[in-house]
Design a protein around this ligand. Structure first.
Ligand code: TMP
Length: 218
């Protein structure tokens, strides 16, 4: 039996990640694949509830502390993601450690660089493909404006977009990212996503490639 694949969606707020995730999950299921749909932050766990309180302004957290809570929120399900993949279940994730790094680094805290932010993520399951839905902050804002959560403002989104570019050039991330224009029509984006994901399926299955872990930067 083929192992499941780990597929991640990334992008700015309002890039269309949730819509495209749902569409990919349905199309994989229609092809007969078992799929688990996961999102980060996972606000259902006790750590996720602390993150939710921070994002909605109900509590304050020091920059490094909230960063480590976001990371812990991934580690608390990392082993179940691995188990599912070994059992042949494909895992589609809406945001992963790339968001974790860029949103924290966007605060421009001198002791919280992109490289510092990436360290607690080392060892997490490494995606087989990361779909980056690219959209300008202006086009994203036109999609009904930003919500009221912590990072949903134009300055933060602009900085996050720049840092996503740096992140795509970091280490192994360079090989993993597929950038798709998220400003296009929904169906066109969905077709591009499906093509990129099927390419990743073929690559993993033909090479019998094992699930890898996120490596430290060289
Ligand atoms: P959501 O809107 O996808 O639920 O994400 C909530 C916010 O949390 C979003 O602005 C991105 C941010 N975020 C981080 O700052 N660090 C992380 O590790 C993750 C997964 C999200």
């Amino acid at each position: 039996m083929a192992r499941g694949k780990l597929i991640v969606f990334e992008g700015l707020d309002r890039a269309g990640k949730s819509t495209q995730c749902a569409s990919l999950v349905s199309s994989l299921q229609a092809r007969g694949h078992a799929v688990r749909h996961q999102r980060f932050p996972d606000r259902t766990t006790p750590i996720g509830q602390m993150i939710n309180a921070y994002l909605t302004g109900a509590s304050e957290q020091e920059d490094h502390v909230i960063h480590l809570l976001f990371s812990a929120n991934r580690w608390e399900v990392a082993s179940s993601i691995k188990a599912d993949i070994e059992a042949g279940v494909n895992v589609v994730i809406d945001r992963y450690y790339y968001s974790g790094c860029v949103y924290s680094a966007a605060k421009d805290n001198p002791s919280l660089s992109l490289a510092w932010a990436r360290q607690p993520e080392e060892g997490l399951p490494r995606p087989d493909v990361v779909i980056f839905l690219d959209i300008s902050p202006e086009a994203a804002a036109q999609r009904g404006g930003y919500g009221a959560e912590k990072y949903e403002n134009a300055r933060m989104q602009q900085r996050v977009r720049e840092l996503f570019k740096s992140m795509r050039e970091l280490g192994e991330e360079k090989e993993d990212f597929v950038t798709i224009d998220g400003g296009e029509e929904q169906e066109k984006v969905a077709a591009a996503v499906e093509a990129a994901v099927l390419e990743a399926f073929g690559r993993v299955d033909q090479g019998s490639l094992p699930l890898r872990a996120v490596k430290p930067l060289q």
